[in-house]
Design a binder for this molecule. Structure first.
Ligand code: SF4
Ligand code: SF4
Length: 432
């Protein structure tokens, strides 16, 4: 375990002292917008982090709680005229909170070691749990349990969590996608495709669509059956060393020298995957390769618009679609125009702009699990805006947002299709 204060102190001081307290980020911060309390704003949080780095403040439970009240949505980074790297500060602040042990309790430690280390440290285990859950759902046991009323005996929070259980796909990515997919027509590029962790269980069809679209546009796609978690979950939750270990595994599995691009179709993972060099900066073996890795990682929308896509001849019949921006795609990766360009390339698709399209939907990694009240308020706000557009389809480029919006629409009996933009493109290509 690192010494308390070591994470924030290890940061380059230019990052720690960059905030000039102008407050321009405040109106863009969902937690400040909700409470109007300075401590819940980017400026307030940065002041706390700096005080710890300067030894003027000790890491306390109040500090740690504040870091976990922050969504990590990075809207403040987009707004900041001084270029404050809030993403880096935030990850180190959460690592600081974990290293200090101020939040430790036997229950929390057990949940974290089961979920973050045991389950997401080894995707074979995650898939096994996924298979059991799939069987439970396919045999109708889930509906039986839900209909029996037995869930009413559970505490409210457990009932809410049960209602959020995602539907597991009939097939995982490795059953839908070959290890090597040949391009349609002459090969233009050789790319690797990252199928993700939970995404592989819940949105494997979206991974298949991504590979199909890549192949259709001249890419040979390498998709190994057994992959690792990218470590984004670990880095965002203060597990710095686990995140470093997973980054090394990714670089070993997908040597960046061998690919024109390493493709992610998940905004949250992509944002983390593009910063392996920072994560491994002190690693004498991996730091140089991590630099090349960062250059090769491309979000799917970014890559498709970069290489130029074949325009689909047929489209989605009379679909009115709106686009919700994943925070880590728009604020983390600054990818805003490419998903819209992709959607506009589909004939008959009418794209309607969503008010506050880049305001967090409340998913934010596992935020909706640990801060349900704030997450639900943000979800309600997002769904209200979606309703004003008249769209029947909402497209978004991150599995966390997809799941959050699917669950929200289901709870409100709102007939809304929630889909990745690349799925709409794949469907358009498939249409005769
Ligand atoms: S990351 Fe989001 S919630 Fe956190 S301070 Fe920045 S804008 Fe606010
Ligand atoms: S983070 Fe940026 S926008 Fe916010 S107060 Fe500091 S300098 Fe201003």
């Amino acid at each position: 375990m690192s010494l308390p204060g070591a994470h924030l102190k290890s940061l380059d001081y230019s990052v720690v002292q960059q905030c000039m307290h102008c407050g321009l980020c405040l109106p863009t911060c969902p937690t400040y917008d909700a409470t109007k309390i300075e401590r819940n704003s980017p400026r307030g949080r940065i002041s706390l982090m700096r005080a710890i780095a300067d030894d003027r403040l000790e890491v306390s439970k109040a500090f740690a709680d504040e870091m976990y009240f922050c969504l990590g949505c990075l809207a403040c980074m987009t707004a900041c005229p001084a270029g404050v790297n809030y993403a880096e500060l935030f990850e180190h602040a959460r690592a600081e909170a974990e290293a200090s042990g101020v939040l430790a309790s036997p229950r929390r430690s057990l949940i974290r070691s089961l979920a973050i280390h045991w389950l997401f440290g080894n995707l074979n285990r995650l898939q096994t749990v996924g298979r059991v859950l799939r069987l439970y759902q396919q045999l109708g046991l889930q509906n039986l349990v839900r209909g029996s009323g037995v869930l009413k005996l559970l505490p409210k929070r457990l009932r809410e969590l049960e209602a959020m259980t995602p539907e597991i796909q009939p097939y995982f990515s490795a059953e839908l996608i070959p290890a090597v997919t040949a391009p349609v027509g002459p090969a233009r590029y050789r790319v690797a495709m990252l199928t993700g962790c939970a995404q592989d269980l819940i949105f494997s069809d979206m991974n298949r669509d991504t590979v199909e679209v890549l192949a259709r546009n001249g890419c040979e796609v390498i998709t190994p059956a057994e992959q690792h978690c990218c470590g984004s979950l670990h880095a965002h939750n203060g597990e710095w060393e686990a995140a470093q270990q997973l980054a090394r595994k990714q670089i070993d599995q997908f040597p960046p020298e061998q690919f024109d691009a390493i493709i992610s179709n998940a905004g949250g993972c992509g944002s983390h995957l593009k910063h392996y060099h920072k994560l491994l900066a002190d690693d004498p073996v991996y730091s140089r390769r991590a630099l090349l890795w960062d250059q090769k990682v491309k979000d799917i929308h970014e890559w498709l618009m970069q290489i130029g896509i074949e325009a689909p001849k047929n489209g989605v019949p009379d679909a009115v679609v709106t686009y919700h921006e994943s925070c880590h795609l728009c604020h983390g990766q600054k990818i805003t125009t490419q998903p819209r360009q992709l959607l506009r390339s589909i004939p008959n698709l009418q794209l309607v702009e969503l008010p506050e399209s880049n305001w967090c939907c409340g998913s934010a990694g596992i935020y909706n699990l640990i801060q349900p009240e704030m997450a639900n308020d943000l979800l309600d706000r997002k769904l209200k805006h979606i309703k004003t557009t008249g769209a029947t389809v909402v497209a978004t480029g991150n599995p966390g947002c997809l799941l959050q919006l699917i669950n929200g629409a289901k709870q409100q009996c709102f007939p809304l299709r929630v889909v990745h933009p690349v799925t709409l493109l794949a469907e358009a290509y498939r249409r005769p």
